[in-house]
Structures are given as C-alpha cells and as structure tokens.
Design a protein around this ligand. Structure first.
Ligand SMILES: *Cc1c(COP(=O)(O)O)cnc(C)c1O
Length: 356
C-alpha cells in the first residue's frame, strides 16, 4: 500500500535524495568505494561539503559575512552551545513550547535569562506578539516553528539585540532574511535532510564576547576555522542533506517552495475549518505551514482511536499528535507531496461522513 508519510521528524525526504544516497552508499561517483569508506579529508568529500554549504548560501541568500557549519549533537546541543558562546550576563528568550523551554533551561546554566513572553497559558497554541526585549541582553532567542503545537512565526521579527533562532522545523520552507539574525540553527531531520547533522548559520562578530573558557568542540570558532572538519563530521547525513537541497533548488528554491507549502497546508486547514468533526488547535494567526495539529470536537472525542485505525488503513503514517497536545498532527514538510495532503483530507472526509 502507498504510504503517506506525515512523520514529525525524522521525516519524509525527496525520493531522488534517497535514490542518490543509496547509489553513493554502494559507490560514490565511480571511485570504486562507498561514501562510507572514504576519508572526510578526501577531495571527494570536500566537494560534497562545499556543495552543501554553497546550496545553503544560495537557497537562503545568506550574506557573505556568515558561516555555515555542519555539526553533530542535534538542535539540543545548540541549546547549550549558543549560551556557552554568546551569553555573558543576560539573554532574552521567547517561550513558545517544549523546545524553547529546553533551550531556556540550558541558558540558565550560563547567566540570567529573561523570558520576554510565554504562551504556556494556552498550552502553547499561539505565538506571543507583544513583548519587549531588554536592550542590554546579549541576544534574543526564538523558536520559529513549534513542531509539537503547530505554531509558527512565518516572519523575521525585529530585535534590538543579536537574534538567535531555532529553525529546526521550518528552515527552507520560506525565504528568510538571514541578515536579521546573528545565528540560526537546527537539526536537519525535519526539513533539510536526515538525522545526524545539525546546521548552524552564524556571523563571527558575535563571538569572543564571553568571559568564560569554551571547550574546543563546543567553540563555534573551532568549527569555523576548520570548515566543519575539526573532527569527523556526519559524512552520510551531509551527503543526503546536499541531495535534498539540490532537489529544492530544482523545484525553484524557497520562494517557490513557500507557494507550494501554503497551497498544501490550506488543503487541510480549509477542510478542518469547515468540518463538523475535526477542529484545529492552534490559533489561526499563529498556524504553522509545517505541522498541522487538530483534534476531534468534544462530542466526537471518543472517535479518535477509531479514526486513527481508519487512517492507518488508508496508508496514513505519523498523524498521531504529540502526547502534550493529543489528537492528531500532520507534519507537511517540503518533501510531502500535495497528493498525500489530499489523501489525508479525503480520508478525514470519508470518516466524518460515515460517523457524524
Ligand atoms: C526536533 C526539534 C528539536 C530537537 O532536535 P534534535 O536534533 O533532536 O536535538 C529542537 N527544536 C525544534 C524546533 C525541533 O523541532
């Protein structure tokens, strides 16, 4: 049966990226060896990482003074690496969900943290809009897309201090004005590639301002100086990431992708808004294009398990909501085809018709 992959992460990847990865695992470019068998310092791998960096810069229109790093440790390691490198006295954070809270927890190990606003009062179903950022903060941290709650900023906010963003789950879904940020990071496994590689985009003028000593591996300067090759990087994930970005370039880049993502998400949001059975959980003006969360309306709550089973029978995968929200979540990253979204809506409509 054809599967419709709505997994939240690791998530669906473009088929061509998977095919090219499979080939490279058997043999890279007719060199008689697998990509898994070559040195990360070989010219063959250097060409791969150079292309990955170049695609990042091209697709996101990254200004020349920024560096693009590929590291290990996931977005979660960045929760500590960011304050380790940037927090001297005080940092400001916007609390929009569990990932933001985890980032705040780590930052508190390094200095004072001001939470400028939080949407915890409504189980993070919106992104706070009015807050003031202290002018003496070392940086201001946001989570652009809240994967668990289906809320997203979808714009680049203004900040009087250097801005840092966790863009794990919406980078490459829309054009981003990188010049507004001092640092952007994320795990690749949502919208950029497979698990195992973490991207960091940063300006180096923000570095060297903290009083503490930084361990070599946790110091951004190390990885900038060594072009992400201080130690062995995640070689295969970087290859698949590069293939994923090549695919994105092929369909016209982030501007074109955003149009597709809007059309794709609207298929489901429009249905949920007219449905008598399903209802969206995120406030309308905070809705994410990447993760769409919905539940059954109160009087149909007891039908959630039945719908889960029904949808499985139609090939839907990964639509169970995160335990902290319940209900359902359809993650619709760049690689999710429009047909899969339509198939989900058809499946919901069929279930609704039979069970109203
Ligand atoms: C998935 C996710 C993370 C965690 O990423 P890891 O790579 O598993 O550490 C952090 N932030 C956001 C917004 C995420 O979606």
């Amino acid at each position: 049966m054809k599967k419709h992959n709505f997994n939240a992460g690791p998530a669906i990847l473009p088929k061509v990226a998977l095919e090219n990865t499979a080939k490279a695992v058997i043999e890279l470019n007719n060199i008689g060896m697998s990509i898994l068998e070559i040195s990360h310092r070989s010219k063959d791998f250097q060409a791969i990482i150079d292309e990955a960096v170049a695609l990042f810069k091209e697709l996101l229109n990254i200004p020349p003074q920024y560096h693009v790093l590929f590291l290990g440790g996931g977005a979660s390691l960045q929760f500590c690496m960011v304050p380790f490198n940037l927090l001297n006295k005080k940092a400001a954070y916007l609390e929009t969900g569990v990932w933001a809270k985890k980032a705040i927890k780590e930052a508190k190990l390094f200095g004072e943290v001001v939470v400028v606003a939080s949407s915890a009062d409504k189980n993070f179903n919106y992104v706070p809009k009015s807050y003031s950022i202290p002018a003496d903060a070392d940086y201001f941290h946001i989570t652009s897309n809240n994967t668990i709650y289906g809320t997203e900023m979808r714009f680049d906010p203004e900040s009087p201090v250097p801005m840092v963003a966790d863009m794990s789950s919406d980078i490459f879904s829309r054009p981003v004005d990188v010049s507004k940020y001092a640092l952007i990071y994320g795990g690749a496994q949502k919208n950029t590639g497979p698990a195992g590689v973490t991207f960091v985009i940063l300006r180096d003028d923000i570095l060297g301002k903290v009083d503490r000593k930084i361990p070599t591996m946790l110091d951004y300067k190390t990885h900038i100086e060594e072009g992400s090759l201080f130690n062995t990087p995640p070689v295969l994930p970087i290859f698949t990431l590069k293939e994923t970005l090549k695919w994105l370039k092929g369909i016209g880049g982030v501007k074109e992708m955003e149009k597709i993502n809007i059309a794709k998400a609207n298929i489901l949001y429009d249905y949920v808004d007219r449905s008598k059975m399903f209802v969206g959980t995120a406030e309308k003006d905070s809705r994410s294009l990447m993760n769409i969360c919905f539940v059954m309306q109160e009087k149909y709550k007891d039908k959630e398990d039945a719908f889960m089973e029904f949808s499985k029978g139609k090939g839907m995968v990964g639509i169970k909501g995160h335990r902290s929200v319940g209900g359902f979540r359809a993650s619709c990253y760049n690689a999710l085809p429009m047909e899969s979204m339509q198939a989900l809506v058809d499946c919901m409509a069929e279930f609704e018709k039979a069970n109203l």
